[in-house]
Ligand binder design. Sequence first.
Ligand code: HEC
Ligand code: HEC
Ligand code: HEC
Ligand code: HEC
Length: 456
Amino acid sequence: MRISNWRLAITAILGLWCLGTTAVSAAAPTLPENAAEIHLGVASCAGSTCHGAVVPWQGSNVLQNEHVTWKEKDAHSRAYKVLLDPRGVRIARNLGLADAASAPECLSCHSDNVAADKRGKQFQLSDGVGCEACHGGSVRWLGMHASGVSSHAQNVENGLYPTEDPQARAAMCLTCHVGDSTHVINHRIMGAGHPRLRFELDTFTWAQPAHFRIDDDYRKRKTVVDGMKTWAIGQVMALQLTVDGIADAKRGRDGAFPELVWFDCQACHHVVPPSGDDNWSNDLRWHKRTGTGLGPGVPRLNDANFIMLRVALGRIDQGLANTLREQTLALHSASRQGPDALAKAAETLKGTTTRAITAINGYGFGKADVAALIQALVAEGRSGELIDFGAAEQTTMALSALLAASKDATWLNEAQFVAMNTALSQCYDAVQADRNFSSETFLTALNGFAAAVPQF
Ligand code: HEC
Ligand code: HEC
Ligand code: HEC
Ligand code: HEC
């Protein structure tokens, strides 16, 4: 998907979120894949009176056409099939795998790859990332929830995964969208032709596209968390998995070198300025960044999530934001000293991410935070911290999340929303493709967005 499409997801959700400041449960539930529940397969959810309706049902709690949305518009229903497409075949061949569609290296993220004894009769690996990959094995809740006699809490008790909780949702989505010790992504797979991974919890939730609607009935059944908190939780959870990956003795290194998947791809992969070309400066990207402390000609870690979290924490706990900044600098510096030093510095960051989760969960984002967070992002941009493609992309998605949250909370009138959304389009255009990325163009777009922010 082209990233510019994601803003359409925002327009589709106007007025759907309400602002909730309810605290989120602290303990992360067991992930759908690791829980004991049997996965019955997509077919068991797709009945026409269940989630297989062709159009949304009137008068029902849920839309009931979730299956059609998933099958026709959601990339997850294609996740297995792409392994058999030319691109999947080529990646497998380059890696020396006989067949991507039977390789655990690929199935871990491209299907609901639960253990054989947890697969029901109608379960098919070829369903790709099916309903139960996200909602949990349904063997104990399917019957009760289909007859409508059980509450949401009872369903969760019976193994339904609480996808409405941003922390639980992030923990689940990110296993595949950042990777972990059982969903392993590395530069070898990238080098074989795999696309780069990028993720922002709020933007991606709506871009999936969403097969749910947040209305009064939804609010009665479930706790609704605003887009700002969802964004912040998504950032800290992504960071946690990243530092886990860097610190992991197996995944954090490639022989004598640190594993490159954690580095900024475009720091190495971009056009080299040719000699005898008057436009050489277009291709020379390096600028000094105080946030890395690194000089030119050095690969740098992808610190987009670090910057975003630092910005979020700036509103919540400045001391913690400062600690994060210092530890990020130490991490960049350690990246020059080899995998052991890097792993140690990453280990240090783990405690900070845990404290950050608690801090974010305990904070109620409000109106004043929107303008302040936008200002903080713009300040990062003006000080040169957002010159990398990945950071510009994360910033754009952060602006999306903030804009959507403001609209949902009815802090903007229609004209204000349109002005900001138009300005946001310029940011999306600037991060359309890394091959034409220019940090100057992005910064102009970012300043344009800041100019469109009204006085709330
Ligand atoms: C850590 C999880 C993970 C693993 C492991 C993984 N993938 Fe992926 N793959 C993804 C995600 C997430 C995307 C979508 C990236 C995006 O667009 O943001 C993707 C995208 C792709 C695409 C592009 C799909 C499209 O619609 O264009 C192909 C092809 C692919 N993967 C093949 C493979 C193969 C082959 C393997 C095994 C060698 C593999 N993947 C291993 C997570 C993974
Ligand atoms: C990639 C993860 C993912 C997949 C795959 C997925 N869902 Fe969802 N689903 C979500 C998220 C996230 C939500 C929104 C949070 C919530 O309400 O729990 C949601 C919400 C729902 C809701 C709740 C609507 C409401 O009003 O409470 C239903 C019903 C649902 N999904 C059914 C399905 C069905 C059926 C499938 C398979 C055809 C499916 N989902 C596949 C992630 C997923
Ligand atoms: C089991 C692994 C897995 C889980 C869990 C998962 N995804 Fe994905 N997701 C994938 C794969 C693989 C793809 C790429 C599929 C393809 O293009 O063929 C993908 C694609 C996507 C895309 C399309 C990206 C693009 O560039 O087009 C979005 C959006 C997305 N996922 C959002 C989510 C969200 C939100 C969650 C959690 C609610 C989630 N995913 C959970 C594996 C997963
Ligand atoms: C430290 C520098 C460095 C970083 C950072 C880096 N790469 Fe690479 N990459 C390389 C080198 C060196 C090769 C091997 C070049 C070759 O095979 O021609 C390579 C090869 C590749 C290839 C195969 C190129 C081809 O033409 O076939 C892809 C695709 C790729 N990397 C993607 C990525 C992605 C995605 C990231 C970020 C997650 C990344 N790289 C980060 C240095 C880097």
